[in-house]
Design a protein around this ligand. Structure first.
Ligand code: KG4
Ligand code: ZN
Length: 341
């Protein structure tokens, strides 16, 4: 089967076509992503109203390009999938409504995809990992450990009690006047800096739980930046390096604890850790997670960076997984700003 996937929940306008064979293996036929970052830079963050308008302007052309790059016509598509939430509601409405219009006019099934489920299932497209698996989702809006038992079967083992990890990267970038998107900027600066010069707190790390807290760390970074002002280039790099070292240690230690819990609570589940969401593109965090997984005797799966950040292929793949189970949606499927897994 071939599925068209549409993603418009934040500041990427994206469309892709993904194929799924009878054995359940997926492949990307085309994958087109248009970032709106340049349109939001002047405001220091994504402006929801502008994002929605930009999706309206560009989505048709992005879908057309995805079809052209695939060399397919709409008659070759078996279903239309779109992110129906969670996300910025104006943008979600644009993508979901476009998908409904396509599905209605082509008389094809519609699949209203949960964006978090799309991140959670991406590793099955890129790696073919089998259910069940432990997943760490680290994106702009979420930081959580989830036991993924199957499509639609998720048990949350821990989450953030305040900011998401990607949000913490973005806020640190903003207070240091680094360009958007914040995560890659902080990672770039951190490479030049000394991670030992400035030590930042590791909130909650002493506690026996799988939750995260990043807001105190972000405040510590702000206070340090204010104390050092005016900041030299080396100060900025060292702050980024110190911040990234702190979050890397937090994430790796939590992953170790989560894998331990998997071994004791669910020994029948193979030790696999799948990492998903935009922050999974961070090489320092990926490297520390690899060490943690090695020490725990677990297999680590991180999709390629371009499929960790928002894209249409993950939405198309989630649609394919749902369609294979007969899970399709009616045209009354709502757009949701909030939609926990
Ligand atoms: O999954 P995603 O593209 O969108 C959401 O669903 O939120 O994640 C975006 C988040 C942003 O906060 C961005 O700064 C962060 O992922 N991010 C990174 C990196 N690339 C993207 N954070 C740290 N290092 C990176 N290389
Ligand atoms: Zn996302």
């Amino acid at each position: 089967m071939r599925i068209l996937g549409i993603e418009t929940s934040c500041d990427e306008t994206a469309a892709a076509i993904v194929a799924r064979d009878e054995a359940g293996r997926g492949s990307i036929v085309s994958n087109v992503v248009r970032s709106q970052i340049a349109e939001h830079v002047a405001y220091g963050g994504v402006v929801p109203e502008l994002a929605a308008r930009s999706h309206v302007t560009h989505l048709d052309a992005i879908i057309r390009r995805a079809m052209e790059e695939a060399g397919l016509g709409f008659e070759d598509i078996d279903a239309i999938a779109a992110t129906a939430g969670p996300g910025l509601i104006g943008g979600v409405l644009v993508g979901l409504t476009t998908a409904k219009a396509l599905a209605a006019s082509l008389d094809k099934p519609l699949i209203a995809v949960n964006h978090l489920e799309a991140h959670a299932l991406t590793a099955r497209l890129t790696d073919g990992v089998a259910f069940p698996y432990l997943m760490l989702l680290v994106s702009g809006g979420h930081s959580q450990f989830v036991l993924v038992r199957g499509v639609g079967q998720y048990a949350r083992w821990g989450t953030t009690i305040d900011d998401a990890l990607g949000e913490a990267f973005d806020k640190v970038a903003k207070l240091l006047d680094l360009p958007m998107p914040g995560g890659p900027s902080v990672e770039r600066e951190a490479l030049k800096g000394d991670p030992k010069r400035l030590r930042f707190p590791r909130p909650l790390l002493g506690e026996d739980r799988l939750d995260f807290s990043f807001s105190g760390l972000k405040t510590a970074v702000r206070l340090k930046a204010e104390a050092l002002a005016p900041l030299s280039d080396a100060d900025v790099a060292d702050i980024c390096a110190g911040f990234q070292a702190a979050v890397t240690e937090i994430v790796a230690r939590r992953a170790t604890a989560a894998l331990q819990r998997l071994g004791s609570d669910a020994p029948e589940i193979p030790p696999v850790l799948v990492v998903a969401g935009g922050v999974a593109a961070n090489r320092a965090i990926g490297g520390a997670l690899r060490d943690a997984a090695d020490r725990a005797g677990a297999r680590l799966v991180i999709p390629p960076a371009a499929l960790c950040t928002d894209n249409g292929a993950m939405v198309a793949w989630a649609g394919a997984e749902r369609l294979a189970l007969g899970l399709v949606d009616g045209f009354d499927a709502p757009a949701r700003a909030r939609w926990p897994l």
